[in-house]
Design a protein around this ligand. Structure first.
Ligand SMILES: Cc1cc2nc3c(=O)[nH]c(=O)nc-3n(C[C@H](O)[C@H](O)[C@H](O)COP(=O)(O)OP(=O)(O)OC[C@H]3O[C@@H](n4cnc5c(N)ncnc54)[C@H](O)[C@@H]3O)c2cc1C
Length: 345
């Protein structure tokens, strides 16, 4: 069989996989139903190696960062955009002990290029207990990245917008199965075909606020318990909330009030909420992505569960998936679809 992949869905996962396939010289097509829910359109787009709760980074953080930065920098050039940004994140410490923990961590080898101290205090922001800087971080304008990727593959005729029923019918057709060596589902929270019955993708609801003020906002991303990302000189994106297992997309006024109250506490200036966006993240019970092919039907594969860290994780996950399906390289157990099939066959 010819090596031709079929990628179903063009959110962050499908886009990153398609661009990686192109880079590796793999022939592929994307079938996307543009009327279906797309989590990526709501993403704030931060890529941040550090979890601020306990000031920790995942074990393979340097691989994640390497793949994230090289991949998206290459995309900026290929797609002729500037949607991937490097920008330090200023973490405002909640208390003095947090600052001491930050200092202790920053001298460990794993964190020496990740954690630092900011050059100066940020104007407009309240900082009772100092702050620290995450040195390798930034944000991706996800909707712009998706749009540019789509246009790129429309030009090369590798992108098709099809209804989900038509896609399901085409996939069931034996002729389709003969054409494509791998059919990879990158459909986020959408219901998966019957063959993936062991897999459960869980929604995680999040609110993001667009804030406007007349004052000039410093160009730094700030974390004060929530994130504030400057969009231009007078606008911030603020969020996100994390509401597990909620699958509705209605605005919760209590959450908007809480996000607004907390921002006011840390940035005590006049501002107003221009708009509120609510989205659902596709997550997995153990909080790790799911990649790989089905053990008993290896033509069908999955790239999903990017959760709260889609931008940081997607390039390394696409790399693992491609190495696995083209060279038989093992996918690390924590991310492999196999973890949902062990002891079940
Ligand atoms: C409020 C919020 C804030 C976030 N903030 C960040 C952040 O700061 N940083 C970060 O890294 N991540 C963030 N995320 C998470 C990030 O958005 C997700 O991890 C990522 O977008 C998931 O991408 P995906 O491609 O797996 O799914 P999706 O983006 O949902 O893409 C699925 C695609 O499949 C298509 N589709 C669905 N069903 C079918 C079908 N049957 N046939 C064909 N096509 C189909 C859809 O149209 C869509 O294009 C945030 C998410 C939310 C909701």
């Amino acid at each position: 069989m010819n090596e031709k992949w079929l990628i179903i869905g063009q959110g962050l996962a499908g886009s990153v996989l398609a661009l990686q396939c192109q880079h590796q010289g793999i022939d592929f097509e994307i079938w996307n139903d543009e009327t279906q829910y797309c989590s990526s359109k709501y993403a704030a787009g931060l890529w941040n190696p550090v979890s601020f709760k306990r000031i920790t980074a995942p074990e393979h953080i340097h691989d994640l960062l390497h793949h994230c930065t090289t991949f998206f920098e290459r995309c900026n050039v290929l797609l002729d955009t500037n949607c991937f940004h490097h920008s330090c994140i200023h973490r405002i410490f909640p208390d003095a002990q947090y600052g001491r923990d930050w200092d202790m961590k920053s001298i460990l080898t794993k964190y020496e290029n990740l954690l630092g101290v900011p050059d100066e205090k940020l104007p407009l922001w309240q900082q009772t207990f100092q702050s620290g800087s995450v040195l390798t971080s930034g944000w991706l304008n996800v909707p712009e990245f998706l749009e540019n990727t789509r246009k790129h593959f429309q030009k090369s005729k590798q992108y098709l917008n099809l209804g989900k029923n038509e896609i399901a019918e085409r996939i069931a057709d034996q002729e389709t199965k003969k054409i494509y060596s791998h059919i990879i589902f990158c459909t986020g929270l959408a219901a998966l075909p019957e063959v993936f019955q062991n897999i459960r993708i869980i929604p995680n609801k999040g609110h993001v606020l667009s804030i406007k003020t007349d004052q000039a906002i410093p160009r730094n991303i700030v974390h004060y318990g929530n994130f504030a990302i400057p969009v231009d000189h007078h606008r911030l994106r603020v969020g996100s909330s994390y509401e597990w297992e909620k699958s509705d997309t209605t605005v919760d006024d209590n959450i908007v009030d809480e996000l607004t109250r907390k921002l006011k506490e840390y940035m005590p200036i006049a501002f107003h909420v221009e708009s509120v966006q609510v989205g659902l993240r596709p997550t997995v019970i153990d909080r790790n992505p799911i990649i790989g092919a089905l053990p008993d039907q290896p033509q069908f594969g999955l790239f999903n569960g990017l959760g709260t860290k889609g931008v940081l994780q997607a390039p390394l996950m696409a790399h693992y998936l491609i190495e696995h399906l083209t060279k038989g390289a093992e996918i690390p157990k924590a991310f492999s679809i196999q973890r949902f099939y062990i002891n079940k066959n």
